[in-house]
Each structure stands twice: as C-alpha cells, then as structure tokens.
Design a protein around this ligand. Structure first.
Ligand code: ARG
Length: 467
C-alpha cells in the first residue's frame, strides 16, 4: 500500500519503484521514526486534534512496535533485512504499514499535521545527534590509547622531521600526542555540530506549517531538542547539518589517514620504528614472508569515501529551490557512508595502536649522527653573543667538515670546534648529545620530557582521567 496512491489511475512502474525507494538506506532510522511518532501522537492528543483515547492507542501501538522490532532484530542478529523485506518505499511507509496492521484506520490519524518531509528531517537529526556522541566516544578511545602509549615513551628519542628530512630530535610521546590534540579538536567540532543540529523540524509539515494547533515546544521537550525551528521552508529542506557533520568526519578521516601513513612508513624495514601486531596485519597470497599494514592502508584509503560523501552532499544541495525536493533523500546515503567509515576507522585505529610495539633502539639509533643537533650547536654560539644568522653559517661549516671527515656532529671534539670559532665553550660537547638536545626543549608545548609530562597531564585532564 502506497501512502499516496489516491490520485493515480495506473500502477507505478517497477523500475520507478526501485529507483525511488530508499528503505535499503533509511531502514536504520526505524527507532527514531517511532520516537518522533510517539511524541507527535501524544501532542496531538494533548492539543485535542485527536481524542486522548486515540492518542493513547497510537502511543501504545507505537511502543509495541518498538519492542517487537527490537526483538525481531535481536533474532536476526541485527540485520535490517526485517525492515526491507516488505519493499516499502521508505522507513516511514514501513512503520506506518506496521501500525496499520495493528490499528487499522486509526493508524491513518497519526499523519495529521505532519508530512514525511518534516518527519524525515526530524528522524535524521535525532539519529545524527545520537551518533555524534558515539563518534565522540570512539575518538576518546583512540585518544586514550595514544595517552597510554605516550606514558611509556616520554623518554623515547626519535627523529622529528620537516619535509620528511631529519630536523630535530623529539620524544615519541610528543609525536603521538600531536594526534591527541587533533582528535581533541575533532571532538569539540562534533559537539558543536550536535548542538547546532538539535533543532526540531517536526510541525513544519510539508513545507508551510499547518492549520492544526500544534504544541511544538512539547514535542521538542519530549525528544530532547533545544529549540523549535523558526521557518518551515528551511526546516524541511536544509541539510546543512549533514554537510557540517561530514565536514567534521572529513577532518577525523584526515587525521586518521596521516597517522596511518606514519604507521605504514614506520613499519617498513627501512624505518623499523614500529611493529604492528599479527592480529591487525595481513599476509600475501604469493609472498610468504609478507606482513602488510592493510588496516592502516584502508583507513587511509577510505578517507576518499568520507570526502566523497561531503562533496556529494554539498553538490546535492547547491541547486535546490525551496523547499523539499526528492534529491534530499540522497542525504542519508552520504551521511551514513561518512559516519560508518569514520566509526569503523576509529575502532580499528584504537585496536591497531593498542597492540603496536614501538622499537626504542631503532628510533634512538636513527637520531645518532643525523645532524639533528645542528640547531643546538648554533644556539650555543648565540648564547655566547653571536647573531643567529652568523651562527647558522658557522655551523653549516661544521656540518660540511663532518661530512667530509665522516664524523657525527656529536663526535666532534671541543678542540676541533675551537678552531672553527673561538666562541665555542667546552660545555658544547655535552649540549649537543641527542638526549641533551631533547631535554633542553623545555618551552611550553616543547618536546623535553619535562614539558611532555606537563602536556600529558593536560591530555589526561581533558580526557577526564585523573592519573
Ligand atoms: N524518503 C524521503 C526522504 O528521505 C522522504 C519522503 C518524502 N517524499 C516526498 N515525496 N515528499 O527524503
């Protein structure tokens, strides 16, 4: 049974039915659809559009559907095929059909002063509001893993790079915590996104509002919406909240992709900085020796899906005249693709990191003799009064001297340095040892263990972890 068959003389073409159907995508909104219908029915009863008996019968039947579908889903192992098997046009039609089987004609009263246009916008907002909290928790799980790793590697030296060239030594904890802060901002963005989308469209009806005396505040309160939408045309036809979420998701995916890229590089024999656990790597069908970082590669690769969803949603919206157009049905495919991708990627990143084994020796060895203490040699001269530009030039000469004589910078003796500049003091030899270089970076937000410990404390505080 179609919700709109009355004015049609002929059957809808099968191809058209298949083409316009969205149940395969929107079935997951079943619970939100029931919730908003319960609130709507209760409100229609309160304002007297329905009798309180009618409203009560609708509310009870919708509640029964909630438990029945939950049970059916449990039985089917969570498969939404139970919602799609009747080939309803969309989830709203499916639920209404189920309600009609229970209540007969009375079910038809639920749609008073309501359209699928405000209904679907409300269901999507409700659903996404819940999912924002889930994604925030998943971000938190990755952050927590980063903090645990960082706690073990405050003193682990590794090459800090710019242009992928060794630049200055850093602590591995410092490097890992850089991702902590990226994810912290992702969390803040998601919370803002959730707060902004928390506005109730229901009561806007098809596009222009309704002549029935609705109590929209009551519905908003029951569903936990902070506000009621101010413009019915806007409420049924904008999807900026979908775009905003996908933009947050794109940044999450970007951050995970950058971290994945580093794990991929670091697990090559050339780096050997990290070993990924057997449980999170895969092999090759031809090369028996292989252990591949496929999980990290797929996290990196699926970033494209999230960006695609963002651009898809923006493109879908950009040419639409007000108000509702069927194009908007595509919003959910984009939204769920972006959401599912980042959710899974976050889970897998937490798993992969929690089992990662960092090789302290390899990292420390990579710093030795890599000239990443050259800045500190220049800083030494600056402390003796030499202008930095001149010190830079002098140390460039020392580096050249080392390369020509196949020496590590930290192995050059005070006597050799003295010949290059009389400003060098004997303490310089100790100052440019890699660990001393690390320890010296005590500025706030710097990489010295002392500064990193302070950073760790901040990170834990932000996670709500006390120690
Ligand atoms: N399934 C549609 C959507 O997701 C809602 C149906 C509105 N249909 C309509 N012809 N106005 O947007």
């Amino acid at each position: 049974m179609k919700l709109w068959g009355g004015r049609f003389e002929k059957e809808t073409h099968k191809m058209v039915e298949a083409f316009t159907s969205s149940i395969a995508i929107d079935a997951r909104l079943w619970s939100e659809d029931l919730r908003l219908s319960i609130a709507h029915a209760r409100m229609l009863g309160k304002v007297g559009v329905l009798t309180s008996e009618e409203a009560q019968a609708l509310v009870s039947a919708l509640g029964e559907l909630q438990s029945e579908i939950t049970a059916e889903l449990k039985e089917s192992g969570g498969s939404l095929a139970i919602m799609t098997k009747n080939n309803a046009e969309d989830i709203h039609s499916e639920i209404e059909a189920r309600l009609t089987r229970k209540l007969g004609a009375l079910a038809g009263k639920l749609h008073t002063a309501r359209s699928r246009n405000d209904q679907v916008a409300t269901a999507t907002r409700l659903y996404l509001r819940g999912e924002c909290s889930v994604v925030v928790e998943k971000l938190q799980a990755v952050q927590s893993t980063l903090v645990s790793l960082a706690e073990n590697h405050v003193e682990t030296l590794m090459p800090g790079t710019t242009h992928l060239q060794h630049a200055q030594p850093v602590s591995l904890a410092h490097h890992l915590l850089a991702y902590f802060w990226m994810l912290d901002r992702d969390k803040a963005r998601l919370r803002e996104c959730a707060a902004r989308l928390n506005v109730l469209p229901l009561g806007s009806a098809a596009l222009a509002g309704t002549s029935f005396p609705l109590d929209r505040e009551m519905v908003a309160k029951e569903l936990g919406f902070a506000l009621v939408s101010q413009n019915s045309l806007d409420a049924v036809s904008d999807r900026d909240f979908v775009v905003e979420f996908l933009s947050c998701a794109s940044l999450i995916a970007t951050h995970l992709s950058r971290l994945s890229e580093e794990l991929i590089l670091w697990s090559t024999p050339e780096y050997g900085f990290v070993e990924l656990d057997d449980a999170v790597t895969t092999g090759s069908s031809i090369m028996p020796q292989k252990k591949n970082p496929d999980v990290a590669e797929l996290i990196r690769g699926r970033t494209g899906k999230v960006f695609g969803a963002l651009i898809g949603a923006l493109t879908m919206l950009k040419g639409l005249p007000l108000s509702y157009n069927r194009d908007l049905q595509e919003d959910k495919e984009f939204l769920f693709a972006g959401l599912d991708t980042v959710s899974q990627s976050l889970d897998l990143m937490a798993l992969m990191l929690s089992k990662a084994n960092f090789n302290r020796d390899r990292m420390t060895c990579a710093v030795e003799g890599d000239f990443s203490n050259a800045t500190d040699l220049a800083d030494h001269l600056v402390r003796q009064g030499m202008p930095f530009r001149q010190a830079h030039e002098v140390v460039g000469g020392v580096v050249r001297y080392c390369i020509e004589n196949q020496k590590k910078l930290e192995q050059v003796s005070f006597d050799e340095l003295k010949k290059i500049s009389t400003l060098f003091r004997p303490s310089v030899v100790d100052e440019i040892q890699p660990r001393a270089v690390l320890n010296a970076r005590t500025s706030q937000g710097g990489t010295s263990p002392a500064a990193v410990l302070k950073q760790l404390a901040q990170a834990k505080q932000s996670l709500g972890r006390l120690s």
